[in-house]
Design a protein around this ligand. Structure first.
Ligand SMILES: Cc1cc2nc3c(=O)[nH]c(=O)nc-3n(C[C@H](O)[C@H](O)[C@H](O)COP(=O)(O)OP(=O)(O)OC[C@H]3O[C@@H](n4cnc5c(N)ncnc54)[C@H](O)[C@@H]3O)c2cc1C
Ligand code: SF4
Length: 338
């Protein structure tokens, strides 16, 4: 690990000021991703700005009936908060599908959204990687790309975003509150992460000096018919090969509202309004689910080792929609090895 300066931010404005004045400074919240990357020499910040003591740990009811979640709320506190368990069980389920209990106790909401790809070449500083060192090339294009993107990738980078929480937030229509040196702004979670294009080193739309302060959940919470299905190489403690967040409103067997987002397939959570529109007004049947999956996966392209992910994703979407329709229990405790 390289030497670095350490500062503890006294408030959000102080964090923004410190971040703005030093382009190679980094915020640290729970440290569960950043410190790993520093130990691997992937991240080499000149300064760590500790935001862990800022008062961004609240979960408050918003005037419109939604919830505002501070950026420093831990993944555990969020998943087990009574308002989340009751009103946004899809989010609780997605969070509990990620990492381990110890990690979730440290990991923050803001850090989870900002965590970096798990592409093995990104971690291996002896290999070319456009995300780590812009302009050096992408080792995964012709390398081991079993876990890599099937949607939205570019010739510069085929990495996936590893966050489970973001997939549920995308399906739920969450907003990200951002504070910065100029103005505060709010963006849809689906616009927060970027596709790689020719700038894969930029994971998100955050500008210099900007910091996530909160996530906002809209009132529509889908408490009955939802599913977070995470397909991975082992039952726990692994990143998604493919994950699906589904939320439905049903009137009898007819779908009146549908939300669908995929994880593990692209540089960002993948949501298709077209696929959701195709479900509205239809009966909740495997045929309609298959059609929605086809729309969601339109344009999917495989690399040399990850062609299986296209069919895996299609089947996972249909299965998650069935689980949501049947209100299959989503607690991690109910998930068993087949
Ligand atoms: C072994 C292991 C397994 C894991 N498995 C999963 C999994 O299955 N699913 C999953 O989703 N995650 C998984 N994770 C990732 C884990 O969830 C993240 O490491 C964690 O959420 C990051 O949060 P943090 O607060 O520790 O972030 P930090 O490590 O402190 O920061 C991460 C990044 O976010 C930036 N940042 C932090 N807070 C803010 C903010 N408020 N505004 C702007 N930038 C900010 C930091 O500058 C840094 O760049 C795993 C991690 C490990 C180590
Ligand atoms: S896929 Fe992206 S992160 Fe992985 S080696 Fe290529 S450029 Fe780097």
């Amino acid at each position: 690990m390289n030497n670095f300066q350490y500062s503890r931010a006294s408030d959000v404005a102080d964090a923004i000021r410190l971040l703005s004045t030093d382009p190679s400074a980094k915020l640290i919240a729970g440290g569960t991703n950043l410190i790993d990357l520093m130990k691997e020499n992937v991240e080499r910040p000149s300064r760590l700005i500790d935001i862990s003591r800022l008062p961004l740990r609240g979960i408050e009811e918003a005037a419109d009936g939604g919830l505002r979640i501070g950026a420093l709320v831990t993944n555990s506190d969020l998943a087990y908060h009574p308002l989340i368990e009751q009103r946004y069980p899809l989010l609780a389920s997605a969070i509990l599908a990620g990492a381990s209990a110890q990690l979730r106790n440290m990991a923050s909401v803001g850090g989870n959204l900002m965590q970096r790809t798990r592409c093995a070449y990104f971690y291996d500083t002896t290999t070319p990687c456009n995300k780590r060192s812009p302009g050096t090339g992408c080792s995964a294009l012709d390398g081991l790309n079993r876990n890599h993107a099937i949607l939205g990738a570019s010739k510069s980078c085929i990495a996936t975003n590893p966050s489970d929480m973001s997939v549920a937030l995308a399906a739920l229509g969450a907003l990200v509150h951002i504070a910065g040196p100029v103005d505060a702004r709010t963006v849809a979670l689906t616009d927060f992460h970027r596709l790689p294009d020719d700038k894969p080193h930029l994971d998100t739309i955050l500008g210099r000096g900007e910091i996530i302060t909160a996530i906002e959940l809209p009132p529509h919470s889908f408490t009955q018919n939802y599913s977070y299905l995470k397909i991975r190489d082992r039952l726990s403690y692994a990143f998604a090969l493919v994950s699906v967040a589904v939320a439905l409103e049903l009137e009898g067997n007819a779908i009146s509202e549908a939300r669908l987002a995929l994880g593990g397939v692209a540089h960002k959570p993948w949501r298709s309004l077209e696929a959701e529109a195709a479900l509205r007004g239809q009966a909740a049947t495997p045929d309609h689910f298959g059609h929605a999956a086809d729309l969601l996966l339109q344009g999917a392209t495989a690399g040399s080792h990850n062609g299986f992910k296209i069919e895996l994703a299609r089947r996972a979407v249909v299965r998650a929609l069935m689980q949501a329709t049947n209100a299959t229990p989503q607690s991690q405790a109910h998930k068993k090895i087949a």
